[in-house]
Design a protein around this ligand. Structure first.
Ligand SMILES: *[C@@H]1O[C@H](CO)[C@@H](O)[C@H](O)[C@H]1NC(C)=O
Ligand SMILES: *[C@@H]1O[C@H](CO)[C@@H](O)[C@H](O)[C@H]1NC(C)=O
Ligand SMILES: *[C@@H]1O[C@H](CO)[C@@H](O)[C@H](O)[C@H]1NC(C)=O
Length: 342
């Protein structure tokens, strides 16, 4: 053991101080950067990360709100290139975290597959989610209509977005991003848009107005991210490559149209005009949508909607070993046993 000099003691104390200020309220090792506040929105987090029972609910002024239905699409209606974005998956993490469709106020949860929490494999040369990934509030990829560009119905979720900024983010964070374009994925014959955007606070944001600008300042990035979506489900074993309709990114005016259309579908949803496809669309902010407008502020109502009063965070579960390995691709297929038995 090395002796502790006054200088190392000072840096140890400073490090301790930094850790304390960087991680908010809940004590103990939760295995995640739990936050309790963001721009006036607050969070209630219950359970252990990487488990089925874990949830994060959103609140405004102490009352439950929905990540999907109550965060506005546009922070400022006069500039529609900037939209709100809900971080579900922080950069360089691999848990498939999503907004719940059918629970009141649509809390964030860990998606499952074959009865276990779902993670993404590392498909060479990619590691986990190489960007921040999440959803665009007040939009809906409606399964009631075929999207005119793809010819496929929507996947019944909000529109997805990936943020290429440097801030790793945290689950449930609400960011403002500049939209730069988007990819039209055909995931199992469903339309699943993946918009590309950048956090407006990122130092690079003022220089970028389209996905083409990304190539100028970060050569290779848009190609690598497109490839990530093509391959990311390959190692699961039951799905092949994911086709991209039109092969490449669509530009900003095109994506603004996709957003407006998705926002319109969402309006029809909360106004109760269409088949809701099992989506819980209780909301607290759009006064004109009487069918879905609720108030869950008092404790009895809150309880009736299943929203806990206080956070109770438990120690995170371990991520299975499989998700720290590499998987390698040849001719559009995963090489079995890493190619070791040839
Ligand atoms: C998608 O549609 C094609 C053509 O109809 C069909 O062959 C294929 O099985 C469908 N895939 C899925 C996942 O439904
Ligand atoms: C609101 O939530 C309650 C409780 O889950 C549910 O029964 C009801 O259908 C929801 N209403 C809407 C409009 O989603
Ligand atoms: C790769 O090799 C490791 C070590 O032998 C093994 O545990 C793992 O299952 C292999 N991965 C694949 C994709 O076959």
């Amino acid at each position: 053991m090395t002796s502790i000099t006054p200088r190392t003691l000072v840096s140890l104390l400073l490090a301790g101080l930094m850790v304390q200020t960087a991680t908010a309220a809940p004590k103990g090792n939760t295995g995640a950067n739990t936050k309790t506040e963001n721009d006036g929105w607050t969070y209630v987090e219950v359970g252990a990360r990487n488990t089925e029972n874990w949830r994060i609910w959103l609140e405004k002024d102490g009352c439950p709100a929905s990540f999907w239905h109550d965060v506005p699409l546009y922070p400022d209606e006069s500039n529609k290139q900037i939209i709100n974005f809900i971080v579900e998956i922080p950069r360089l993490t691999n848990g498939k975290i999503e907004t719940s469709r059918d629970e009141p106020f649509n809390p964030i949860f860990h998606d499952t597959r074959k009865g276990a929490p779902r993670f993404v494999e590392n498909v060479w040369p990619h590691v986990s989610y190489p960007f921040l990934y999440g959803s665009v509030p007040q939009t809906w990829e409606s399964p009631n209509f075929e999207h005119p560009f793809t010819g496929f119905e929507g996947d019944n979720d909000p529109i997805d977005l990936f943020d290429i900024g440097q801030d790793p983010g945290f689950v449930g964070q609400i960011k403002q991003v500049k939209v730069l374009g988007g990819l039209a994925l055909n995931d199992g014959n469903e339309t699943d848009w993946k918009l590309i955007g950048i956090d407006i606070k990122d130092p690079l944001a003022p220089l970028l107005n389209t996905y083409q600008d990304v190539e100028k300042y970060r050569p290779g990035v848009i190609q690598a991210y497109r490839d990530w979506f093509t391959y990311y489900k390959l190692a699961r074993g039951d799905e092949g490559l994911i086709p991209i309709v039109g092969e490449w990114y669509q530009d900003v005016p095109f994506i603004q149209d996709v957003l407006e259309r998705g926002h319109g579908y969402w309006h029809d949803l909360i106004e109760g005009k269409v088949d809701a496809n099992e989506i819980n669309y209780n909301q607290t902010t759009t006064m004109s949508a009487e069918k879905s407008l609720v108030n869950a502020c008092d404790n009895n109502k809150r309880k009736a909607f299943g929203v806990p009063k206080k956070s109770k965070v438990e120690i995170a579960a371990k991520v299975p070993e499989r998700y720290s390995q590499w998987f390698f691709v040849e001719d559009g297929q995963i090489i079995p046993n890493n190619g070791t038995d040839v």
